[in-house]
Design a protein around this ligand. Structure first.
Ligand SMILES: [Zn+2]
Length: 347
C-alpha cells in the first residue's frame, strides 16, 4: 500500500512554484507533453515533465490550481541509514522521521511549506478476528456511534461535529449577506480543517477499538446511504457527504495498516430493526422500542449493533475500494495532516 508522509522543508520554492504554474497553464492550453516546448519557462525538465503529463492527460482539469513540484523516484537519492533524502534538482535535503521499512519512494510532491513523500510499504496480512464492531455514521448527534455486540459496549464519537457545522453555517450566512465572499471561502476552509481533524480522532478511536477487541469493522455502504438517507433518518450530518467519505477513507487506511478487515453492509432498516430479535421496532427520536421482545435502546446504539451483526453484502467482501492514492500518516500526532484526495465541495 501507498502511504504519504508530510515533512516540512524550510525552503523558499516560490520561484520554482510560479514557473511550475506557468508550465501547467501551458500544458492545459496546448496539451503539449514535451518539455522542449516549455524550455523557455525555465523549470527543470524533470519536474516540468511531471506537470506536463498531469495537465495534458487529465481532461477534467479545467483550471490550474495548487501546482506542486513533483519529483519522480529517479530524481532523488535516499539514504536510509541516516534517514535523509536529497533532491539535487532543487538543492533540497530532507530529514525524515517516519518508518524506515518502506520499499521505495514513489514520488515527492513539494508545495510552499511541505514535501509530501509517498512510499510503498508491505500490506499487513488481514488478521483472524472475533466478530465485528458496527459503525453508524448517520446518528442523532455524533460523527459516529460504534457498537460491539459481543461486549454490549457503545461508543459515541465526535459530538461537537453538529455544533461546529451550525456555528460555521451561521458565520458564513452572515458574511454572505455582507458580501464578504473571500472570507466565506476562508471560513469554509477553516471548517473543513476542523472536521478533518475530528475525523482523524474519530477514525483513530474506531480502529483502536477494533484492534483492542480483535474485531473487524462494519460500515454501511455509503452510496446506499446517499440514496436512502433522506427518506430514512433525515440527513443529519447533513450535506456533509464528503465528511462521511473522508471518515471512511481514514478508517480504511488506518485499519489496513493493522490488518483489520473493513466490510460493507446494506444500510436498509439498520435503524428500524431490533438488534436483539430482528423484528421491526418503533423509533421515536433517540429512542428505540421493540414490540416483539420488549428491547429498549438508544436508537443509535441499536443501529450500530445491527450494522455489526448484519451479513456482508455478496461479492463485496474482497472488493478493495481504495480509490485514494495515499494518506499522510506520520505516526499518530502528525496524522492530522492527511492529504486525502477528497475536496470539501459542498459545505
Ligand atoms: Zn426485539
Amino acid at each position: 500500500m501507498i502511504l504519504t508522509f508530510k515533512v516540512k522543508h524550510y525552503m523558499d520554492f516560490s520561484h520554482e512554484l510560479s514557473l511550475a504554474h506557468k508550465v501547467a497553464e501551458f500544458a492545459l492550453r496546448t496539451g503539449s507533453r514535451s518539455s522542449k516546448d516549455v524550455k523557455h519557462i525555465g523549470l527543470k525538465s524533470m519536474i516540468a515533465n511531471q506537470i506536463l503529463r498531469k495537465y495534458s492527460k487529465d481532461k477534467r482539469l479545467k483550471h490550474v490550481r495548487r501546482v506542486v513540484l513533483a519529483i519522480p523516484n529517479q530524481g532523488m537519492h535516499v539514504d536510509k541509514q541516516n534517514k535523509k533524502i536529497n533532491i539535487p534538482s532543487l538543492k533540497l535535503d530532507l530529514d525524515y522521521q517516519f518508518r524506515n521499512d518502506f520499499k521505495k519512494i514513489n514520488q515527492i510532491e513539494i508545495n510552499k511549506d511541505y514535501a509530501f513523500i509517498s512510499v510503498t510499504v508491505d500490506e499487513p496480512l488481514i488478521r483472524k478476528i472475533d466478530g465485528y464492531i458496527g459503525v453508524d455514521r448517520n446518528t442523532t448527534g455524533h460523527i459516529a456511534v460504534v457498537g460491539n455486540p459481543t461486549t454490549g459496549k457503545v461508543l459515541k464519537l465526535g459530538k461537537s461535529a453538529e455544533y461546529i457545522h451550525k456555528k460555521y453555517k451561521n458565520i458564513r450566512k452572515n458574511l454572505q449577506k455582507k458580501g464578504k465572499y473571500g472570507l466565506v471561502k476562508k471560513i469554509k476552509h477553516r471548517e473543513s480543517n476542523i472536521v478533518r481533524n475530528l475525523n482523524h480522532k474519530v477514525s483513530r478511536k474506531i480502529v483502536d477499538t477494533a484492534d483492542k477487541n480483535n474485531t473487524g469493522i462494519k460500515l454501511e455502504d455509503i452510496k446506499q446511504i446517499r440514496k436512502h438517507v433522506k427518506s430514512r433518518r433525515g440527513f443529519r450530518y447533513s450535506l456533509n457527504s464528503w465528511s462521511y467519505y473522508q471518515l471512511e477513507q481514514m478508517i480504511r487506511y488506518k485499519a489496513k495498516l493493522l490488518g483489520i478487515p473493513v466490510e460493507y453492509i446494506e444500510p436498509a432498516y439498520t435503524s428500524q430493526n431490533c438488534s436483539r430479535c430482528g423484528h421491526l421496532g418503533n423509533r421515536n427520536g433517540k429512542k428505540f422500542m421493540c414490540p416483539s421482545c420488549g428491547h429498549v435502546d438508544h436508537a443509535d446504539s441499536n443501529a450500530s449493533f445491527n450494522i455489526a451483526l448484519r451479513q456482508v453484502k455478496d461479492g463485496r467482501l474482497n472488493v478493495d475500494r481504495d480509490t485514494f492514492k495515499g494518506s499522510t500518516d506520520t505516526p499518530q500526532t502528525a496524522m492530522m495532516g492527511t492529504t486525502l484526495t477528497v475536496e470539501p465541495h459542498v459545505l
